[in-house]
Design a protein around this ligand. Structure first.
Ligand SMILES: Nc1ncnc2c1ncn2[C@@H]1O[C@H](COP(=O)(O)OP(=O)(O)OP(=O)(O)O)[C@@H](O)[C@H]1O
Length: 304
């Protein structure tokens, strides 16, 4: 794949890990326990993977949907992709783990670097990119007839990983714990995954993603089908997971972006033109002191 010149309209974000303070936009809406966790979370990112998109331009057939999008998603951070419907957020997310190429008419230019290595390098296996960069979708998609335990272990089969029963038991417990679901399901691991509530199913999907030890977790509107309580639980889970995996989330919920993310990128596609990143940087700055009037209008709910 050809790398294009890095000349996007983005404002400069840095790779530094920053101390997270309450977001001024609407601090009263940020639940105390989540805010407490944010303050505790001053992660170094050490040992975690960074993801860098450089000069991404994407098409579906003749339709160019993204133009020269560059974004660094620092190791150990949560990066939120925000913007109105149709501006290319999901397409960008899917490019980050090579799912874009599943669409027959899809094409792209640019590079995606996982810790400096291009995931589109022809020498790299597709399955490795998808294993290292996991995805959680908008609609929870557990295998409904499989048990909770089998759901968590499903990725091992796909990646051809062998493990003893004891190792699998440990893995099931640790993934369900990290997915914030263990206490609710530990006594019914053999019950079907399809019998869980929507929020529980989404946390099962997160646990399933974790079982193959991704270095990055992509989440495409993971709470849009969930009630506020389930949403809160998933957000807490995300904040805890960010200790061990770099997270990129697409969300339409500005309060959610403010609550959970360290970094934010605002995508926009003006009428008939491909999506670009108008502004990106620390979430606190994006919400409290946006540099572009369009960002200010969007984060304050004036359009989109
Ligand atoms: N499979 C596809 N085939 C053709 N065009 C597509 C396909 N998927 C997305 N598009 C087009 O690409 C553009 C970007 O879509 P995308 O879903 O990435 O935007 P989005 O910002 O994630 O939107 P939303 O917030 O509504 O999910 C849109 O014009 C959309 O119609």
């Amino acid at each position: 794949m050809n790398a294009e010149t890095l000349t996007g309209p983005q404002a400069g974000a840095t790779d530094e890990t920053t101390t997270i303070e309450p977001v001024p936009a609407d601090p009263a809406s940020v639940p105390a326990q989540i805010e407490g966790m944010r303050r505790l979370r001053q992660r170094s990112g050490e040992g975690l993977a960074s993801l860098q998109a450089r000069g991404i331009t994407a098409w579906f057939g003749q339709h160019k949907v993204l133009e020269q999008v560059s974004l660094t998603m620092p190791a150990g951070s949560i990066t939120a992709l925000i913007g109105p419907s149709g501006c290319g957020k999901s397409t960008f997310l899917r490019i980050l783990n090579r799912m874009h190429e599943l669409v027959p008419s899809a094409a792209l230019a640019g590079e995606v670097l996982l810790d400096g290595e291009d995931i589109y390098d022809p020498a790299k296996r597709l399955i490795d990119a998808r294993r290292e960069i996991g995805m959680v979708f908008q609609k929870p998609n557990p295998f409904p007839a499989m048990s909770i335990r089998e759901n968590v272990l499903a990725g091992l089969k796909l990646t051809g990983t062998r493990a003893t029963k004891a190792t699998k038991d440990d893995l099931v417990e640790s993934c369900l714990r990290r997915g914030g679901l263990w206490n609710e399901v530990k006594d019914r691991l053999d019950a079907p995954g399809g019998g869980l509530s929507g929020g529980q199913q989404q946390r099962l999907c997160i646990a399933r993603s974790l079982a193959i030890k991704p270095r990055v977790l992509l989440m495409d509107e993971p709470c849009s089908a969930l009630d506020p309580t389930s949403t809160r639980v998933i957000e807490e889970t995300m904040l805890e997971l960010a200790e061990e995996v770099t997270i990129v989330i697409v969300t339409h919920n500005m309060q959610q972006a403010a609550r959970v993310s360290d970094k934010c990128a605002f995508f926009l596609a003006a009428q008939g033109t491909p999506g670009v990143i108008v502004e990106h940087g620390d979430t606190q700055a994006m919400f409290g002191n946006p540099q572009d009037p369009r960002t200010e209008d969007y984060v304050n709910g004036r359009f989109g």
